[in-house]
Design a protein around this ligand. Structure first.
Ligand SMILES: Cc1cc2nc3c(=O)[nH]c(=O)nc-3n(C[C@H](O)[C@H](O)[C@H](O)COP(=O)(O)O)c2cc1C
Length: 184
C-alpha cells in the first residue's frame, strides 16, 4: 500500500540544547504528509508503546531515522526503539511471509560532532561514518526495508555557523518535501 507519507522518528535526548537537529526539525515542521515523532518526548521513561509505534510504521511508506551520533552509535532511545519495535512477526519472520515493513523506503538523518576528515582511515575515528551505521542499515534491510542512504552533517564540535546549519536543514527539507532520498 502506498501512503505517500513520511515518518520522521527523532531520537535526540535534549532538543532544547541542540543546534543541528533542532534546526532540521524547525525546517520540516510545516510539511504536509510528514509525521514528526519525537521518541524522547513521547517516552521519557523509555516505556515504549510498541503497538503504537508499529501502527505508525504501517501508516507511512518512507521512514527517516533522525539522531545525533553518540559514541559511534545511535542514541540509547533509538536502540531501545529498534529492540522493542522491530520484533519477530512484525518486522521479520523466518517462514517466508512478508515483513510489515517490506518495501518501505528508509534513510538516516545523522549529525556528528567530528569532522568528515576525522571519519577516515587516517583520522581519529579510523573509519567512515557509514561503517558505524552498518548495524542500523543491516537491521533495516533484514526487516525488508529499502535502505536509501544517509544525510549527514559533520563537525558539530567545531561549531559550524548558523548559515551552514541552515543550508543543511534546507537540503533536509528539500529531500523530505520532494520525497527524495540522500545520495550518501
Ligand atoms: C554522549 C555523547 C557522545 C558523542 N559521541 C560522538 C561520536 O562518537 N562521534 C561524533 O562524531 N560525535 C559524537 N558526539 C557529538 C554529537 O554527535 C553532536 O554533539 C551532535 O550531533 C550535535 O547535534 P545537535 O546540535 O543536534 O545536538 C557525542 C555527543 C555526546 C553528548
Amino acid at each position: 500500500m502506498t501512503t505517500n507519507r513520511t515518518l520522521v522518528i527523532v531520537a535526540h535526548p535534549n532538543l532544547t540544547e541542540s543546534r543541528a537537529n533542532a534546526t532540521r526539525l524547525a525546517e520540516i515542521k510545516d510539511l504536509d504528509n510528514v509525521t514528526v515523532h519525537n521518541l524522547y518526548e513521547a517516552y521519557p521513561d523509555f516505556n515504549i508503546d510498541v503497538a503504537h509505534e508499529q501502527q505508525l510504521l504501517r501508516e507511512h511508506d518512507t521512514i527517516v531515522l533522525q539522531f545525533p551520533v553518540y559514541w559511534y552509535n545511535v542514541t540509547s532511545m533509538l536502540k531501545a526503539w529498534i529492540d522493542a519495535v522491530l520484533v519477530y512477526g512484525f518486522a521479520f519472520t523466518f517462514d517466508g511471509s512478508a515483513s510489515a515493513l517490506r518495501g518501505k523506503k528508509a534513510w538516516l538523518a545523522v549529525t556528528a560532532g567530528s569532522t568528515l576528515e576525522t571519519y577516515a582511515a587516517d583520522g581519529l575515528a579510523r573509519r567512515p561514518l557509514d561503517e558505524y551505521l552498518a548495524p542500523v542499515t543491516q537491521t533495516l534491510e533484514f526487516c525488508q526495508l529499502d535502505y536509501q542512504g544517509f544525510h549527514a552533517v559533520y563537525g558539530m564540535m567545531i561549531e559550524p555557523s548558523d548559515e551552514t546549519l541552515a543550508l543543511d536543514a534546507k537540503e533536509y527539507r528539500r529531500l523530505i518535501a520532494n520525497r527524495e532520498t540522500p545520495v550518501g
